[in-house]
Ligand binder design. Structure first.
Ligand code: ARG
Length: 609
């Protein structure tokens, strides 16, 4: 992408400057860069006579590959859309040629070539080194986010609902995925400049509490509830379910308990309250291990009464229809023939999952006035959310357009050595134990102050990277051995690279000064890294648009591979002072981008392993 080059000493190519830069397109790029000029958007903009902001997305940094070691940008002439229409192939050729004829090299662009709808701009390599390293050191974790490329992305108040486990039921792998994906989305959106509220919408109501209430009276134990609440509630739940299958009186007792609960019976309510509070306490503890937090714990229970209001509202708008089964439905068909509908109320008048979600959505909007609302769950709920948003639209809530469901695929084979995963904590413990074993047997492992803590962070990175590598919607088979490999495209490799770069900095800390000679960063391994760093904003932009972490993951893996090649080829220790200094700056730059990318993904980079 057109990184803004801070090129005070570079003379503007006079021949190309025919008009001042369009002010709108310049606002971010110019920020804090002392009037630096864009490259090469401004040039192209003048030749094609198009505003720069139209070109930004058509110019990208050339991707680093084994075959090509090109340094610079590429313009895809064909993707420049004029008046909403694509260029015809004849026009495309003509425009490409015109650009090639008219664009001139200068102190920034050292070579221009191309054809077939593509124009390549090779950049002055020393300027590249100087600008990228300086920019990263100046922007720190904001590097990339300040780019003009991201300036058109919407920003504002945003609500991200994720994790949302069901109290007393199993915390399944889907909840783990929702937790890490939601956390990533919240991190990313916050870094982009949104005001993000993180919300956990617990499954804390419904028949499971009827069963639990009835079951606890028979099988519950206060002592166990205190020491290990989730485990104990789950045991009671499983036990009472088993009994209820055969014993109708238990079913009756459960229904009775639920009725008391819904009727506001103080004793039933206080029991429910107690279960819920203990569960949240324990969830919180585990979320802490993950580095995840919530601004609010909401839950289905909050919307019992409010869903009755929603039903009344639907009725007053003439949208609530009675089905032959006696249930209440909303017609979602286009023709109005109820060929597609959503059930919103049972025949006995009680609300459903979707009714509570309708009430919750309206409530969130009133409370937070957010511009966007995101829900993260597995793909089995896609239909549910489509219906939810559709009903909101039919009800006249225009903000329904700003709601988005981020679905993800299923994970198979997530098992611990003891058996199936029951709770989130089991997964974290397993990752940590396995990682500790691997570290103990690896020769390279350093002496650590807190091996448990390191193993936890590395194990979590392994889980996250395995999960985030592909499209979120894909199902995948979980494989501990694969995820925990120290080489290859894993979270362990990212952590390892980060730790290595960190220890390099520590070893060479005597050489720290921000000044360096960019002429010392002209080896191909250094140039590949610099070129790759030039692309970071494009990758962030993609992830911000489609909310998929895979772009960032693949980017960071490539960065780590490039860094490990450079680490071998470009020693710091033992090189001439000027060279050592420049290389150290380069490696610092890599570590900075690696660390902030990892943090976005929800990984805590380790300094030693
Ligand atoms: N508790 C639900 C489940 O485990 C997920 C809740 C998703 N969020 C929502 N607003 N419906 O399936």
């Amino acid at each position: 992408m057109p990184l803004t080059l801070d090129t005070d000493e570079v003379q503007p190519p006079a021949a190309l400057i025919t008009a001042p830069l369009p002010a709108r397109g310049r606002k971010r790029a110019a920020g804090g860069l002392g009037g630096g000029k864009l490259l090469p958007g401004a040039k192209v903009s003048r030749v094609l006579d198009l505003p720069q902001e139209k070109l930004i997305k058509s110019i990208s940094a050339i991707a680093v590959s084994k075959k090509r070691a090109a340094v610079g940008f590429q313009l895809f002439v064909g993707s420049v859309v004029e008046n909403g229409r694509e260029l015809s192939s004849h026009d495309l050729q003509a425009q490409t040629q015109r650009l090639l004829d008219q664009l001139k090299c200068d102190a920034v662009v050292s070579e221009i070539n191309g054809g077939r709808g593509i124009v390549n701009f090779k950049i002055n390599q020393e300027l590249l080194a100087k600008t990228v390293v300086q920019q990263v050191s100046k922007d720190g974790s904001e590097y990339g986010f300040k780019s003009e490329l991201l300036s058109s992305l919407p920003r504002g108040k945003m609500l991200v609902e994720f994790s949302s486990p069901n109290v007393a039921k199993r915390f399944h792998v889907g909840h783990l995925r929702s937790t890490i994906i939601g956390n990533f989305i919240a991190n990313l959106m916050e870094a982009l400049g949104n005001e993000v509220t993180r919300l956990n919408y617990l499954g804390d109501w419904g028949m499971q509490f009827g069963l639990l209430g009835a079951g606890f009276q028979q099988f519950g134990c206060e002592e166990k509830l205190k020491t290990n609440p989730l485990q104990h509630l789950f045991e009671v739940y499983v036990q009472v379910n088993r009994v209820a299958e055969k014993d109708e009186s238990v079913q009756k007792a459960a229904q009775e308990f639920l009725r008391r609960l819904e009727g506001g019976d103080p004793q039933a309510l206080s029991m429910w309250q107690h279960f819920r509070a203990l569960s949240i306490e324990e969830y919180d503890r585990v979320y802490k291990r993950l580095g995840v937090y919530f601004d609010e714990y909401s839950g289905e229970s909050f919307f019992q009464d409010k869903s009755q209001d929603i039903l009344k509202l639907l009725e007053s708008k003439g949208l609530l229809l009675k089905s032959v089964k006696g249930t209440g439905v909303v017609d979602l068909s286009e023709k109005g023939d109820s060929s597609s509908y959503a059930t919103v109320v049972r025949s006995d008048g009680t609300s459903l999952y979707i009714t509570r979600d309708l009430a919750a959505a309206v409530d969130r909007m009133e409370k937070y006035h957010c511009e966007r609302m995101i829900y993260v769950t597995d793909k089995s709920q896609e239909n549910h959310f489509q219906h939810l948003f559709q009903i909101l639209r039919i009800m006249g809530y225009s903000w329904a357009e700003c709601c988005r469901h981020v679905p993800f695929g299923l994970v198979q084979g997530m098992k611990t050595r003891r058996g199936d995963v029951l709770f989130l904590e089991d997964v974290l413990d397993e990752a940590r134990t396995r990682m500790l074993e691997n570290m103990a047997s690896a020769k390279t492992t350093k002496a650590l102050d807190d091996p448990h803590d390191t193993a936890e962070k590395v194990g979590l990175a392994a889980l996250i990277i395995q999960d985030f590598r592909g499209p979120l919607l894909s199902d995948y088979r979980f494989d501990w051995d694969w995820a925990l490999q120290s080489r290859g495209d894993t979270g362990v490799f990212l952590q390892y690279t980060h730790a290595r770069l960190h220890s390099l900095e520590e070893m060479c800390s005597s050489e720290t000064s921000c000044d360096f000679n960019p002429a010392c960063l002209q080896d191909p391994q250094a140039l590949s890294i610099l070129q790759h760093l030039l692309r970071y904003d494009e990758v962030l932009c993609k992830s911000c648009e489609d909310l998929q972490p895979k772009h960032i993951v693949n980017y960071l893996l490539t960065l780590s591979h490039l860094a490990s090649v450079a680490h071998q080829a470009l020693p710091v220790k033992g090189s001439a002072a000027e060279v050592a200094q420049a290389r150290l700056q380069l490696f610092k730059t890599v570590r900075s981008v690696l660390a902030s990318g990892m943090a976005l993904l929800g990984i805590k980079p380790v300094r030693k392993m």
